[in-house]
Every structure is written in structure tokens, then in C-alpha cells.
Design a protein around this ligand. Structure first.
Ligand SMILES: Cc1cc2nc3c(=O)[nH]c(=O)nc-3n(C[C@H](O)[C@H](O)[C@H](O)COP(=O)(O)O)c2cc1C
Length: 182
């Protein structure tokens, strides 16, 4: 698929068929994410992926007795209900290093990497969702994914799968509201 078409047709997808997304598909998407621009070549992005068996283990973990009362129960139940259909999930974080400017630019670069991933998913026929549901950012869940909450800031959980929906594009501001020729 042409890159411009992938950009225009990508939508946030929250409902998936339950079909698996293979590890090799995820690896290709992450490798494309890593092509994003990044100042001083810090390559600050980090990814932690789970496939369908991993999603089942994550659901069991967030519902375990140890986490009862630790996280917002409503957020947990929404998340559990929806992720059950995902084919894979990729947690994205940005390494915390240097001063304020580097940290800001590294976070910006990691967001650019996420957008690469979303566009690449669309181009390969997969739906995606950039979720900032706090369950995924919770230190216990970050650690479950093998991350260190003190060393990396959480950027989002990217849900991937075969979509069951094709939502209409939400309205965008007209170009003359967002583009100024100086
Ligand atoms: C940083 C970021 C975090 C987001 N987190 C959420 C989220 O937690 N829940 C949600 O419903 N949508 C979330 N979204 C998706 C937006 O709601 C979505 O992009 C927006 O409605 C535009 O729709 P589109 O992606 O189909 O163009 C997030 C998007 C971004 C960029």
C-alpha cells in the first residue's frame, strides 16, 4: 500500500477478530518503527511485545489477587474485555537519559517511531490502537513486561490485530486552521 494511502486510511481500531499476529509480523513492524528520526542517534525507543498466549498471561496477571485494589477496577475490566481480541500487543517506552532537552527529544522520537509502527500496520492490513490506558503504564505491569519504570517512560501500548470494524475518520480541522504561511 502506498504510504500516503496508509496514512489517510489508518484508524484507531478497538475491536479485533482474535486472529493472531505472528512474531515475525511484529518484528517487521518494530524494525520499521526503528527507522524513525532521532536526534543524536540516541534510538531511545524500547519495545516489549506479547503474542496471543502472552495476552492470556497478561489478563491473568492483571486479574490476579495480588493486583486487586492496586489499579482502577473499571480500567482493568475495560482493558481485559477489549485486549482479548488482539493478535499482539507492543508496549513502547522511551529511555530516560540526559537533561530536559534530550528527554523531550527522545520522547518525541519515540512517538515518531510509534507512528511508523501504526502506518506500517495499516499498510500490512492490520488494525492498531495507541492506548494510554493507565493499566499498561502501571509500574507492576511495566515490570511484568520486563521494563524498569524508573529507567524508561511509558509511551503507550500498541494493540494490533485484524479489525472487526472500519470506523469513519474523525473530523480534522481544515488546512487553513492549522497551516500558516509566514
Ligand atoms: C498519545 C495518544 C494516546 C492515545 N490514547 C488513547 C486512549 O487511551 N484511549 C482511546 O480511546 N484513544 C486513545 N488514542 C487514540 C485517539 O483517541 C485517536 O487517535 C483519535 O480519536 C483520532 O482517531 P484516529 O486515530 O482514528 O485518527 C490515543 C492517541 C494518542 C496519539
Amino acid at each position: 500500500m502506498d504510504a500516503c494511502i496508509a496514512i489517510r486510511t489508518r484508524r484507531t481500531i478497538k475491536s479485533f477478530t482474535g486472529a493472531e499476529v505472528s512474531r515475525s509480523q511484529v518484528e517487521e513492524l518494530v524494525s520499521l518503527a526503528c527507522c524513525a528520526p532521532n536526534h543524536r542517534l540516541t534510538q531511545p525507543w524500547r519495545f516489549a511485545a506479547i503474542d496471543r498466549p502472552g495476552i492470556a498471561r497478561l489478563i491473568a496477571f492483571v486479574q490476579s489477587d495480588a493486583l486487586v485494589g492496586v489499579m482502577d477496577a473499571r480500567k482493568v475490566s475495560t482493558m481485559v474485555e477489549r485486549v482479548a481480541g488482539c493478535g499482539a500487543i507492543v508496549q513502547v517506552s522511551s529511555v530516560i537519559a540526559g537533561g530536559d532537552e534530550q528527554q523531550r527529544e527522545d520522547r518525541d522520537a519515540t512517538c515518531a517511531a510509534v507512528q511508523n509502527l501504526l502506518i506500517a500496520a495499516q499498510a500490512s492490513g492490520l488494525g492498531s490502537f495507541w492506548s494510554t490506558n493507565p493499566v499498561f503504564a502501571h509500574p507492576a505491569v511495566v515490570r511484568w513486561f520486563g521494563g524498569d519504570p524508573a529507567a524508561e517512560c511509558h509511551i503507550g501500548a500498541i494493540w494490533l490485530g485484524v479489525p472487526t470494524q472500519q470506523p469513519a475518520a474523525p473530523p480534522r480541522r481544515p488546512l487553513n486552521e492549522v497551516l500558516r504561511w509566514a
